[in-house]
Design a protein around this ligand. Structure first.
Ligand code: SAH
Length: 254
């Protein structure tokens, strides 16, 4: 490989959306089909992984809350290594790379190595899950702000502005909130949130096995207890129509 060819190494951070291929952008699709190396997270949908050219090197860099994971330094090293060797690298992350995606750490490693990069945004899970339950994430007269929060951070269960969240009408999209559901429930009730605050859990959003669990704050911990797939907690939102009585219109698959 010549030095000129080597200089062409670059990294595209691609947001894959929450799972369904329908949520992949055209830009993401183009970047994927042109990739020589794809380093992807565990949560990226199988239909999307099928778009990776067979000639490309495909690497899973697993990351799962509290579960087994590839250390961030090893992921950074892989990205820098392949791009430094002149490859077109796609770093494929679920949802949008800029939301709980450790994007900055990887960008910093590339900047340090002088490797060019760009970001292709993706549809974040909160948007897909809200669509599933027929709700909007902001609404005039209800909530003028949407909070995007995580259930846990590097220190364990994540502390939030509980007092602010406990106010009537607040809406939050809680990522990685399954293990911390009881903690979140306790904190919010301690700060005065109504036990009847609607809470909807969407498991496997946008995938074939998507599941909606309508709950309230007081039943949140029980609602997530049996879930095994990735799940997002939409705090302050109930499904617009009771799923059992009036199922939301599913897109016809021709
Ligand atoms: N960057 C991603 C979030 C990554 S953090 C985004 O923008 O969506 C991982 C968390 O995202 C999971 O613990 C879960 O809370 C949520 N998540 C990702 N995919 C999901 C899916 N298909 N259904 C429900 N939650 C999902």
């Amino acid at each position: 490989m010549t030095d000129a060819r080597k200089a062409l190494g670059q990294v595209v951070f691609v947001g894959a959306g929450p799972g369904s291929i329908d949520h992949l952008t055209m830009g993401a699709c183009r970047a994927l089909t042109q990739a020589e190396v794809v380093i992807h997270d565990r949560l990226v949908g199988p239909e999307i992984l099928e778009l990776i050219p067979p000639s490309a090197t495909r690497i899973e860099a697993g990351k799962e809350g509290f579960g087994p994971s590839t250390p961030q330094s090893a992921i950074n090293g892989m990205i820098v290594g392949h791009a430094g060797a002149g490859k077109r690298v796609v770093r494929l992350k679920s949802g949008d790379s800029g939301i709980f995606g450790r994007l900055d750490e990887e960008i910093e490693a590339l900047d340090e190595a002088g490797i060019p990069w760009r970001i292709v945004p993706g549809l974040t899970t909160a948007a897909a899950a809200a669509a599933t339950i027929g709700q909007s994430l902001t609404k005039r007269g209800r909530n003028a702000a949407l909070r995007i929060v995580t259930g846990h951070d590097m220190a364990g269960f994540a502390e939030q502005d509980w007092r602010g969240l406990a106010r009537a009408g607040e809406v939050a999209a809680i990522y990685m909130g399954k293990k911390s559901a009881r903690f979140i429930q306790g904190r919010l009730m301690m700060h005065g949130a109504s036990p009847e605050t609607p809470v909807t859990v969407v498991e496997n959003a946008s995938r074939a096995d998507e599941r909606i669990v309508a709950a309230t704050l007081v039943t949140l911990a029980d609602a997530v207890a049996g879930l095994t797939g990735p799940a997002i907690v939409l705090y302050g939102l109930a499904p617009r129509r009771a799923a059992a009585a009036l199922p939301l219109l599913k897109e016809a698959t021709a």
